[in-house]
Structures are given as C-alpha cells and as structure tokens.
Design a protein around this ligand. Structure first.
Ligand code: DGT
Ligand code: CA
Ligand code: CA
Ligand code: ZN
Length: 572
C-alpha cells in the first residue's frame, strides 16, 4: 500500500468527521495524512518490519490512529472508515474537489436531495434543484456548475507544448506592466517537463495591487481567485491554474530555485546545505541568521560546492552527486539543431507543399530537412506506394534546384513497419532514399516479446536509419505499446539505428528516462518535429527540452551536425 493511499483515506475520514461536526479529531487525521504523504519511507513496509512501533513513532500519530492504520495495512480495510461511509454514503473525495463546496454543504445536499456523486450533483445543479435548498442560492448553483466544468477540463495534466503559447503570451504582457521589475517562469514549465500541473510565475514588484489590476486586463486569464501581497492565483481560460509569487530582489535567486523544484531536488539540495553548515529555503542561504546568498541562483549552487544544475536536470536523479563531482554532461542547447529529420508534406497528410515546408525550415534556421511522408499501408494518411514515392523523389530534386544554397531537402520516408517487422516498401526503392525512417502504426496490442522482436527486426534492415516515435504513446490519449526498451536500446547500438526523440508535444517520444538510459549506451538520437504544417517547426524546442531532461549532449544528436557529417553517422 502506498503512502498516498493511506493519506487519502485519512483525509476522507477527516471530512466525514467534519460533516458530523466532531470537534478536534478532524485536525488530528489531517495532520496524520500530511505527515504520511510527506514521508520518504513506505509506511506499510516500515510496519511490516517493525510492527506498530513503526507507526506510533511517526510524529503526530497517536496510538488510536496508529491502530487504525495497522488494520488498514493488515486487512486492506478499516472498520472506522467503512462505518463513517455507511453513515453518510457520499463520495466525499469526489465532491470536495469542487472548490467552495465544504463538508456542511455536502451534508445538506445529501440530506435534502440525496446527492452522493459528482454526476448527481451536476444533474441537480443543471435542473436548478439546488436553489430550492434553504441557504443555497442561484449563485451557488452557478458556482457548482463552473467548478464541475473546470474539473473536467483540468483533470489531465496539460501537454507542455500546447500550454506554452499561452504562458509566453502572459509573460510577454507581464513584462510590459510598469509595476513589474522582473518576471520568470518556474516550476515544471521551467524544467521542460512534458506535461504540467500548473504554471508557476515569479516576479519582482513593489506594487502588488497594480499587478493584480493589470492581470484583470490579460485576456488569457478567466478569474483571479486569490489576491495577496506575495501570492496571486488565477485561473486561465484554458483550464490551467497560475500561481504568481511576488518576491523581494534579495531573495529572487533562492525563490527561483525553490519554485523551480522539483520538490525532490529541493529536499536533496537542502540536505547538502545542512551538511555544509547552512540553511537553505526560498528566502536564501543562511549561516545562522546571516543571509549569505539569495539574489542569484547560480551563486547558491557555487556556495554549496556544486556545478550549476540546469533546470531540466532537477529531478533528484543523480544530478546533485554529478554536480558535486563536476561530471554533469554539457547538454544540447536550444539553438543546436541544424536540421529536422521528420517532415510531412501534402503528398500525404501534411498541410503544406515541399516548397512551403522548405521555406518554413529556412525561417527556423534549418540547413536541411528530411521529407518523410507515410507509406502505402497507412491508408488514412493516403500513404505513398513505390511509384508515388519515386515521383516524390523527382519533385524533391526539382525543389532542390530552386533552394540551392539556402536549404537542402533530403529524400526520406516514414516507412510503415508491418506486423512481422518487415517494411511496406521494397528494398530497391528504399535504397534510393537519403534516409529511411520507420515506425509502427498498427497492431498496438501485440505482446511485449512480439512487439519488441518486430521493432528490432525493422532495425536490422540495412536500409532503416531511424526509428520514429519509438514507443508510440500519445500523452493523455494512448499508452505506449508494450515494448522492452532496454532491448531496443541495445539493438540500436548493435545495428547503429538512430532512435528518434519526437518533439511533437503530445508524443514526446522517447520519454526522458529512456533517453537517459540510451545516453548511457552512447547511442545516437535525432530530434524531429514530426511537422505536419509549417507552424510545427516550433515544436523542435520541446524535443530539445526532452533530450536535456534525458541528459543528452549535442554530440549524441545527429541533426546537430552539418549535413555531410550527419550522413556519415548513419549505418550505411
Ligand atoms: P506540476 O505543477 O505538478 O507540473 O509540478 P511542479 O514541480 O511545478 O510543482 P508545484 O507547482 O506543485 O510547485 C512548484 C515548485 O515549488 C516545486 O517544483 C518545488 C516547490 N515546492 C512545492 N511544494 C514543495 C514542498 O512541499 N517542499 C519543497 N521542498 N518544495 C516544494
Ligand atoms: Ca507547477
Ligand atoms: Ca504551483
Ligand atoms: Zn508517424
């Protein structure tokens, strides 16, 4: 049983007790939940090792709560909790997610209308039944509907690349606000995480009132829900929450460090500080009561004897130890790509012509692009057969005459990998392409062994240079197919097949932990936008963020090399 599971039951108990207006006890359960969810060690493991002593020695947990947790760990059930649920059979965890709906309101809704679930709550609100309860008004009903709609929109974490345009618009506007001296994005956004839970913004300002007033004019913002001198929270029209923290200049670096996180990185960093005889928090680095560092993030790392750690690495996955030994990798930079090796055109499911994609590539500073339209098996994308693919090669030759000296258009393909690992284009035609990419678009349900063998067989084909979106996941929509990436990574090394880091925001495929593993095996990557329109070259930077999160250096990414050198790195 995970700590979070125990904690969430304790929280529900607290809420049931509040419904019953029991004094003091709710706070005890809440405290117990807080302590347990913040613990490193797994509480059930500790209990299995040391018995009930392991529970009673947790600060804030007395014998009565300890015995209930013991029962839960031993039997998977807790009678006290089950009885409370029977007494008021509402789905408390669900209903309390609606902001502003407290235990007493939930009790009334149950007593008067027998509402027990979110769905029943929504139905009653839409049928205008809630306003009939004494003490509830039309306004309450509206708030409930708004709350439910918000919950539906923000249930999933948002894909970074889709949220980023909003975030950048807001930051741009904040920079124009006269009362703002400096503004930075922190949190998971700064760490370049593939999905984000919310947006964390840090700023320096002496006039929080003016900032709040200014925010009301920013069109992306739907509602300002908390207005303080140091923290302003707002809800965006796209469903995301934005936390703005206003911090003093002298603490700005420390605050930026703290609110960039990750939480685990912060905790590990704080321990290093303690070992050096300091105290570290969001206000600064202290020796006793003396403020030693604070305005500059880099100085804090330096003072702790560490190399500067890039935000993308701050996940407490060994970066602090590497910073201490000064062995952190030099990460690929955001301006390092010279080419894009997966570009679709209107020959299949792209929106733009070869020429338009080339123009857009030039605008994005690219020296080469690889045209990789789908092949025939992918009927939905009107995939190319051998004949059409060869016609396209001629069209690319023509286009290259036009673009000579500005950008090189390479002939490629996103060739479909069939169920048995063979390709759906004949070898003699593949041989004419500059670079062949291959990917899986069918039979997602194969067993892990079969799927792995299928992909590896494709990698063994001497014509296949790159495996595109190697795991096939689509964030928030489709899981990766079952595949053994350790074997795939080893096969990549053995066959010299490049693995793609697909930058399309909802793919972000490979994910960071596989990149990290592959970096350890010294394999080559390509970072590609998977562009289906001229706008999509913008996505390349999310692929770079992903590569950085996987500790990849510039050298390991083939499309950072000049064209001739890049071609030399391929298997043939
Ligand atoms: P998200 O929003 O779920 O994508 O992830 P983050 O990392 O942006 O998390 P968030 O927004 O809850 O908090 C922003 C940062 O604040 C987080 O990365 C580290 C810091 N932080 C938040 N809570 C704690 C905490 O309990 N302890 C420590 N040490 N740092 C925290
Ligand atoms: Ca966040
Ligand atoms: Ca936050
Ligand atoms: Zn594809």
């Amino acid at each position: 049983m995970k700590n979070e599971d125990i904690a969430s039951i304790l929280i529900e108990i607290k809420e049931y007790l509040e419904i019953k207006k029991v004094p003091f006890k709710p706070r005890a359960y809440e405290k117990a939940a807080e302590v347990i969810s913040g613990m490193e060690e797994n509480v059930s493991d500790a209990y299995k090792r040391d018995g009930i002593v392991a529970l009673t020695k947790i600060p804030g947990i007395g014998i009565s709560i300890a015995e209930k947790i013991e029962e839960l760990i031993r039997t998977g059930k807790m009678k006290y909790y089950e009885d409370l649920k029977k007494e008021t059979p509402v789905r408390i965890g669900e209903l309390t997610k609606i902001s502003g709906l407290g235990p007493q309101s939930i009790k009334k809704l149950f007593d008067e209308l027998h509402i027990t679930t979110l769905e029943e709550l929504e139905q009653a609100a839409r049928a205008q039944k809630i306003r009939t309860i004494p003490g509830f008004r039309e306004k309450t009903e509206e708030k409930i509907i708004k709350g439910i709609e918000f919950l539906k929109r923000s249930g999933n974490r948002m894909v970074l690349g889709f949220a980023m345009p909003y975030i950048e618009n807001i930051v741009r506007q904040l920079k124009r606000c006269g009362a703002v001296e400096r503004v930075d994005v922190a949190g998971s956004v700064r760490r370049g995480k593939e999905t984000i839970g919310d947006i964390d913004i840090l700023l320096i300002s002496k006039k929080s009132n003016e900032v709040i007033e200014y925010l009301t004019h920013i069109p992306e913002i739907a509602d300002i829900t908390a207005k303080g001198d140091t923290k302003i929270t707002s809800e965006l029209k796209n469903g995301l929450t934005m936390d703005i923290r206003i911090v003093p200049k002298a603490s700005y670096g420390a605050a930026l460090n703290y609110f960039t996180g990750s939480k685990d990185h912060n905790i590990a960093l704080r321990e290093i500080a303690i070992k050096h005889g300091y105290k570290l928090n969001e206000y600064g680095l202290f020796k006793g009561d003396t403020h030693i560092e604070g305005d500059n993030e880099r100085d804090i790392y330096e003072r702790l004897g560490l190399s500067y750690i890039e935000p993308e690495l701050r996940e407490n996955r060994g970066e602090i130890e590497a910073a201490r030994l000064h062995t952190l990798p030099k990460l690929i930079g955001y301006g390092d790509l010279r080419g894009d090796l997966q570009v679709q055109t209107n020959w299949t499911d792209g929106s733009n012509s070869i020429e338009e994609m080339a123009e857009a590539g030039i605008k994005h500073g690219l020296e080469y692009i690889l045209v990789t339209d789908h092949t025939k098996r992918l009927a939905v994308a009107r995939g190319l057969n051998e004949e059409r693919l060869q016609e396209q090669m001629k069209a690319i030759d023509e286009a290259n005459k036009k673009f000579k000296g500005r950008i090189k258009i390479l002939k490629g393909s996103e060739c479909d990998i069939l169920k048995d690992g063979t390709l759906d284009i004949r070898d003699d035609v593949l041989a004419k392409l500059d670079i062949v990419g291959a990917s899986i678009h069918s039979y997602f349900n194969l067993e892990e062994k079969a799927q792995t063998e299928r992909l590896i067989r494709a990698m063994e084909n001497p014509h296949v240079d790159i495996i595109f979106h190697p795991t096939g996941r689509i964030i928030n929509k489709r899981d990766a197919y079952r595949i053994n990436m350790h074997q795939v990574i080893r096969a990549s090394k053995r066959t010299r097949t490049v693995l793609e880091i697909n930058a399309y925001p909802e793919r972000a495929d490979l994910k960071d932990e596989y990149i990290r593993e592959a970096v350890g095996e010294n394999i080559f990557f390509s970072i590609d936008s998977d562009a289906h329109s001229t706008y999509h070259f913008e996505y390349l930077r999310y692929g770079i963020a992903q590569a950085r999160r996987g500790w990849a250096s510039k050298d390991s990414v083939i499309n950072t090399y000049p064209l001739a050198d890049m071609l030399q790195l391929l298997k043939k």
